[in-house]
Ligand binder design. Structure first.
Ligand SMILES: [Zn+2]
Length: 321
């Protein structure tokens, strides 16, 4: 039996036919269509899925076990409805689960991309074997997903796990979500990039790394400069780690995960620049028995995340199976 995973993003879509162990048998990646009419966009997805299923080795008609969709923005997961994704024009209250399930004749599950990512890490990546897990995306924004007692935590209104919007500074910087002082407004990739462009001194190695073009300054150049012991870069990284530790302490106190998986920027920064100093900062904010047992690790999926996110959503929740 095979699974179909679909990761819908604002700019691209990835379709994968794979097995229960997350091994892809066939995949397709293309720009996301933006016709302004969700029915046409979904028809294209269905046509692509049919082609991929027909071509996948060992797949074929009637052998599709389940469909999993990872989609941006708020989702009514039990009903399979994508509500109002900010990056998909013409998509509002789209019953994408039902439409795909009927067209492809298999059950479909739908989760927002952050929840899909924590499921992917739990089933195929750095969260395997752990029943209490928190995943933070650490990319342009800070998305989050929570697995507690082996189950995905969705919350009463579907938005649980939005760790990026934990308040860490009363009346602080305006966040992309409209609130002030959110964790994301300090450690999200876009927010950090904007700050760096404002404050980076012309003499910093960061500016040299981007060839003098301040518009190219961002977390990547900062990490490169920090690796080369640039004073400004190390100080900025320290501030970033302080904020991240502040957010993580709140998460750990509420949920006490066994493992925290950190994605993109943190994973790129690595042990010496991110994970070791982060643990040191948490020593001041957590109880010793928590600190002793809590694991903080980089994401294991990297570039494979979009392909595996859909497959992970397709698999039934172990607690429901
Ligand atoms: Zn926010």
């Amino acid at each position: 039996m095979t699974l179909l995973g679909i990761d819908v993003g604002g700019t691209k879509v990835v379709l994968v036919v794979g097995d229960r162990e997350g091994r892809p048998l066939a995949r397709l990646r293309r720009p996301m269509s933006r016709t302004g009419d969700w029915r046409r966009d979904v028809d294209e997805l269905i046509a692509d899925a049919r082609r991929l299923l027909a071509d996948a080795p060992g797949a074929g008609a009637g052998r599709l076990e389940a469909i999993g969709l990872s989609v941006p923005g708020p989702v009514d997961a039990p009903r399979g409805v994508l509500r109002n994704p900010p990056n998909l024009v013409g998509w509002r209250d789209v019953p994408i689960g039902r439409v795909l399930s009927q067209a492809l004749d298999a059950p479909a599950r739908v989760e927002n991309d952050a929840n899909a990512a924590v499921l992917a890490e739990h089933r195929f990546g750095a969260g395997r074997g752990v029943d209490d897990l928190v995943y933070l995306t650490m990319s342009t924004g800070v998305g989050g997903g929570v697995i507690a007692g082996g189950r995905l935590v969705r919350g009463a209104f579907g938005g649980a796990g939005e760790a990026g919007h934990i308040p860490i500074e009363p009346g602080g910087r305006v966040c992309a979500c409209g609130l002030r002082g959110c964790l994301e407004a300090y450690v999200g990739g876009h927010a950090w990039r904007d700050r760096l462009r404002e404050v980076v001194p012309a003499s910093s190695l960061v500016v040299e790394i981007v060839g003098g073009d301040r518009e190219q300054v961002g977390p990547e150049a900062l990490l490169e400069a920090a690796r080369r012991a640039d004073a400004f870069a190390l100080e900025e990284l320290g501030r970033w780690l302080d904020r991240l530790a502040q957010g993580l302490a709140a998460i750990v106190m509420l949920l006490e995960p066994r493992r925290v998986v950190l994605g993109t920027i943190a994973a790129a920064a690595g042990e010496a620049l991110c994970f070791a100093p982060l643990r040191a900062r948490l020593a001041e904010r957590l109880w010793p028995h928590q600190l002793e047992q809590l694991e903080i690790v980089p994401s294991a999926l990297g570039e494979d995340l979009p392909a595996l996110a859909g497959l992970a959503v397709a698999l039934p929740d172990p607690a429901e199976a």
